[in-house]
Design a protein around this ligand. Structure first.
Ligand SMILES: [Cu+2]
Length: 277
């Protein structure tokens, strides 16, 4: 009785590195896809990370459309809302790929529950928010930027040349300077205003990233939601978690939406949303 549709995501690599996309589970069986790669790329990936994921990769400056098959078991379960969220991300070297920014959502609606454009019929508006502590010292681009003396101090460039993965162990204070407490990659309320009308059926899809600091409590001011069959204004997210929350906003105004972990809020994991009459 649930959705069997095909969703696709285009990976258009403008970087000098190979990546691939996959579902968060190690097996990828919840949202399977199939892909074959050319021999030359297979050899490149094998040289980087071994045999296991060679077929998943996309070569630098190549474009590939991943198509996921969506079996019934990947659709909303009994008692779920009419649509749920999965996550895709690169995992050639998972921590570094994700901290370079390759992560995103896939929304699956129940069979018959979606409009032609894929949006669920029983909602008026959807928002996707990724609560992420990006660790720039884990990004592939940290060393490159340091080498080019862009954005970083000469001292940091020297450290980066010795291997950025060591920073976490050798200089946690320095690493802390390059943690970004973001929502959808933006900090300190720089997300474009999330705007909705009073009385609309608003569905929120929430994600989190995978660093050890990615333990979040998403909190809406001024409204309540239903999530996990509970009336609340908070949704708990552990590393790489996904959640859905339904809101019918009833308080007109501009409100704060933020992580309630003090250190995260203080460092910018907050944004605004507006409810118009
Ligand atoms: Cu948080």
């Amino acid at each position: 009785m649930y959705t069997v549709v095909t969703r696709s995501v285009v990976l258009d690599l403008c970087t000098g590195r190979p990546y691939h996309l996959a579902h968060p589970s190690s097996s990828g069986t919840e949202l399977p896809y199939s892909k074959q790669v050319p021999q030359q790329l297979r050899e490149l990936v094998q040289s980087l990370i071994g045999e296991g994921q060679a077929d998943d990769a996309v070569a630098p400056r190549q474009r590939y459309t991943y198509t996921w098959m969506v079996p019934e078991r990947a659709g909303p379960g009994p008692g779920d809302p009419s649509s749920i969220v999965w996550m895709y991300h690169s995992h050639l070297v998972e921590a570094r790929d994700i901290n370079a920014g390759l992560i995103g959502p896939i929304i699956v609606s129940a069979r018959g529950a979606a409009r032609p454009d894929g949006t669920p019929k029983d909602t008026d508006r959807e928002f996707i928010t990724d609560f992420a502590v990006f660790d720039e010292t884990e990004s592939w681009y940290f060393e490159a930027n340091a080498r080019n003396k862009r954005e970083y101090s000469p001292g940091l460039a020297y450290l980066a040349l010795s291997g950025s993965e060591n920073l976490k162990l050798t200089d946690p204070i320095l690493r802390q300077r390059y943690l970004f407490y973001s929502i959808n990659g933006l900090i300190e309320g720089n997300l474009p205003m999330l705007t909705m009308k009073k009385g609309e059926r608003v569905r929120w899809y929430l994600l989190s990233n995978s660093n050890e600091e990615d333990v979040h409590t998403a909190h809406w001011h001024g409204q309540t939601v239903i999530s996990h069959h509970m009336r609340t204004d908070m949704v708990e997210l552990g590393p790489m978690m996904m959640a859905v929350a339904d809101m019918v906003p009833d308080s007109v105004g501009t409100w704060l939406f933020h992580c309630h972990v003090n250190e995260h809020l203080k460092n910018g994991m907050q944004t605004l949303f507006t409810v118009i009459p």
